[in-house]
Each structure stands twice: as C-alpha cells, then as structure tokens.
Design a protein around this ligand. Structure first.
Ligand code: GUN
Ligand code: ZN
Length: 444
C-alpha cells in the first residue's frame, strides 16, 4: 500500500554493502543501471531494479534522473565551520597557520549574527557539494555552537558537533576554563545531543590547547554522557608532536595523552593521524576509535602523507572516513577529497581504487561514526539522503566520458574514477536530505 507521500526515484544507483578494502570490489557494492529507490516519510521503503520493483508500487509518482548516478549522501568526518572564510590562506604550516589565520577568524564568532551567517553559508555549501552528514568543529563561544545546531536542524541535516574547548596556548579572547567548559558543554549536550538528526561531540581542540585539568573535564563529560562523541586532532604535524611531548612529558606518545583522560574509545574521532607510531596504530585499532583522513589539508598545510594502507590493514584495522578539514583543507567537495586521497596514496606507493574511495565517503564513514543504522547506503529503513551525480558536467568531463549510460562494472569503475579525479561541485546535480530536494545545481 502506497502512502500519499510515497514516491520513487528512477536513475542509475550505486551503494556499498561491504568494505572493498577487505573483500573484492564486486561483492562490496550494488549497482542498478536502471534502478528505483522508493522513499516514504524520509526513509527508504524499497530499493532495486526498476523493472522488478515498479509493479509493486504502480501508483506512486516517479522522479526520473536520466543519465545520472545516485549515491548515498557524502559524509565529511572532520570540518571546521568557522574556518569557511579562511580557506586558501597562504604560506604557513599548522602552528603558524593557526596563529595567523584560524585564531583571528574564530574570534569573530563571539558575534552570534556572524556565526549564523557563516553557518548558513557553510551548510548550504556542504549540500551543494553533495555532503549530507558532517562532523563539525565550532569555536569556544557557546552561541557559535547553538546557531550551528539550529541551522543544521532547520535543514534537517545529520551533524555531529560540539563546543570547542581551549584553555591555553591560544589568544586570551579564545580561552575558556575547565569549569566554564564543563558547564557550557553540559548545557549544550542536554539541549542538542540526540535531538532530531544531531549528535554531540566533546571537542577539545587538540592536546596543545588544553591543560590536563581541561582534558580531565572532557573525560568526565564523556563518562557522564557515554554515547556522546569525542572529536579532536591527533598527530598531524611534526612541530605539533614536539610541543605535545614537551607539554605532556609523562606520556610516551601523543595518543596516550588522550587515553589517560578516557578520550580514546569507540566514539572518538581523531583527525589526521599522520605520524602515528606502531603502538599508536595498534592501540587505536583496539580502542575502536575512528580516523578522519584529510588529504587536501594534509598537502595544503604540508603536514604529511597519511598511511591509509596501514590503517585499513587486516592486522590492525581502524575505521577511516574521508574529511575535507576546511579551512586547512582546500575544498568542500568530497569528490575532490577522494581525488586527493588517491594522490596521497600514490605518493606512498599505495593504491586507492574508486570503490574504496567512494566507500570511505559513504558506508565506511557511516560505520566509523556508528551511524550506519541510519545512513551510508540504501538499505530499507535508512534515511533517504542521497546525491545525484553527473559524470558529464563540464566540457572536459563530457570529452573524457563520451557515453551517457553505464552498462558494465568496468564502465562504472571508470566513471567513478573520472568523477573523483575531475569532479567538483559542478558534478553534483542535486542533493536530497531525508527524501527532500535540498540543493540543486540550477539553484546555485
Ligand atoms: N589542529 C588543531 N587545530 C587545528 C585546526 O584548526 N586545523 C587543523 N588542520 N589542525 C588543527
Ligand atoms: Zn581540523
């Protein structure tokens, strides 16, 4: 029986049902050259081949996206909304880049009107790029977190976010105290955690900008709210590592700083993780924590080459998601992020297949964030977030991809690879959030 709000989308579809780092490509994905996705009340009611499914739903309206490829919405596992305006800031590596660009930009978020303006632009920019879920850092100003949650809620987007905590090694105006951080976080967690499609992340910026007393508070919040996330940076830049070992001489390595305060567990998200030692890899794997791999940022601020093969090895597997890390990263586009991840792998003598790259931006990230009951693929009952891609969206891509149909796995792999190497926001024709059109190329 068809509800009145039930409808179908007809197009080519691709999603993942297994990890192509662990199994061969073909059992890891589902592809329907002519598929049907049935949506009811924002959720997936049915998914399969058009020929097979249409007769079960003879009366529902159908929206067709011919010559397009539809995937689950992209998931950005680490990004800073207050850094939207400082993307492409010249000439520095991490610690100087923070002092010169990030901290001054973040000071403006004391003004809630400014914060709302940026949050609105930021979320619309994610949607324009096909990103439907993001893990987001804010600033130390509580209103900057509040307006972010409000704007995400207004768009019905999935987001994991939280108030940033910093009580040292940043400008005076950007510092809180352990007690302030505790009180403010508690209030925000009570207001926003698990509300609609929002989850809360306890967010000490990184070890350098928190005292042990503040990390203790972060750990205490995590003990009080066990299903909240922890979101921070880990092992990004060599100077950062030296500073951490100076500030925490009793810790044998960077990860141990977070471990000591109970901040490394299966809902922890660590951005970067470039310079981990073998023991840190092993302990991360045992902890169940996730890594946000930020390739454009890692190249742009000169941090280093993430060892994806090691993180995805069968001996010490660690859940990995892709991330833009704007404003250290250079693009909101997860397609561009996949393309750069491929290049980072190349520089390490590794390989990243298109299957693997698209997995990391969809189901892989959903699993890393423990959100795979809700999002990540087109299983029945999941939320209907999806992105409509046009692999012939520019003159160059049309020339590269003369065919407007995809008829074999080889053609599909080639189309996916061209999308991740050549694609950007222009390849995103439309974005749907919980079954509703949320962004459309023609709307700008
Ligand atoms: N480490 C601590 N803060 C930041 C930040 O804002 N950006 C990046 N890329 N790394 C960080
Ligand atoms: Zn970051």
């Amino acid at each position: 029986m068809a509800d009145s709000d039930m409808y179908g989308i007809r197009s080519a579809f691709l999603d993942f049902i297994d990890d192509p780092f662990r199994v061969a490509a073909s059992p890891s994905y589902r592809f329907f050259e002519d598929g049907l996705l049935v949506v009811s009340e924002g959720k997936i009611e049915a998914f399969g081949s058009y020929q097979r499914l249409r007769s079960h739903y003879p009366d529902i309206p159908i929206i067709s996206h011919p010559h397009r490829l539809i995937l689950p919405g992209f998931i950005d596992t680490h990004i800073h909304y207050p850094q939207t305006e400082i993307i492409a800031s010249y000439g520095e590596q991490l610690l100087e880049w923070l002092d010169r660009y990030a901290f001054p930009a973040e000071q403006q978020f004391r003004d809630p009107d400014h914060a709302r303006r940026v949050a609105s632009f930021f979320l619309d920019e994610l949607l324009r790029n096909g990103t439907t879920t993001a893990v987001v850092m804010t600033t130390i100003f509580p209103e900057s977190a509040t307006v972010f949650f409000e704007e995400a809620q207004r768009r019905n987007m999935r987001a994991i976010a939280g108030l940033m905590m910093m009580d040292r090694n940043a400008p005076e105006e950007l510092l809180d105290t352990p007690q302030l951080a505790y009180d403010r976080n508690k209030k925000l967690i009570e207001t926003w955690h698990n509300i609609d499609r929002l989850n809360y992340a306890i967010t000490p910026r990184f070890a350098i900008t928190s005292t042990p007393e503040q990390l203790e508070v972060a750990g205490q919040l995590k003990r009080e709210y066990t299903d909240a996330y922890v979101h921070t940076h880990l092992s990004e830049n060599c100077e950062e590592l030296k500073t951490v070992s100076r500030l925490f001489p009793e810790s044998r390595d960077y990860l141990e700083v977070y471990e000591k305060f109970g901040l490394a567990g299966d809902r922890s998200i660590f951005a970067h993780c470039i310079h981990l030692n073998d023991s840190e890899f092993r302990r991360l794997s045992e902890s169940g924590a996730a890594i946000a791999f930020c390739p454009t940022s890692n190249l742009f601020i000169g941090s280093g080459l993430f060892n994806l093969e090691k993180a995805k090895s069968t001996s010490n597997p660690i859940p990995v998601g892709l991330a833009t890390d704007v404003g250290g990263g250079t693009s909101f586009s997860m397609l561009k992020t996949m393309g750069t991840a491929y290049q980072v792998a190349q520089l390490r003598g590794q390989n990243l297949s298109p299957w693997q790259a698209f997995y990391l931006a969809t189901l892989g990230a959903a699993k890393a964030l423990h959100l795979d009951h809700y999002i990540g693929n087109f299983d029945i009952g999941k939320e209907a977030d999806f992105v409509v891609l046009d692999w012939r969206s520019t003159p160059g891509m049309k020339f590269r991809n003369p065919r407007d149909e995809i008829e074999s796995p080889e053609e599909l792999a080639d189309v996916l690879f061209s999308l991740m190497i050549l694609g950007c926001d222009r390849a995103v024709d439309a974005t749907y959030i919980a079954g509703e059109l949320a962004g459309d190329r023609d709307l700008g």
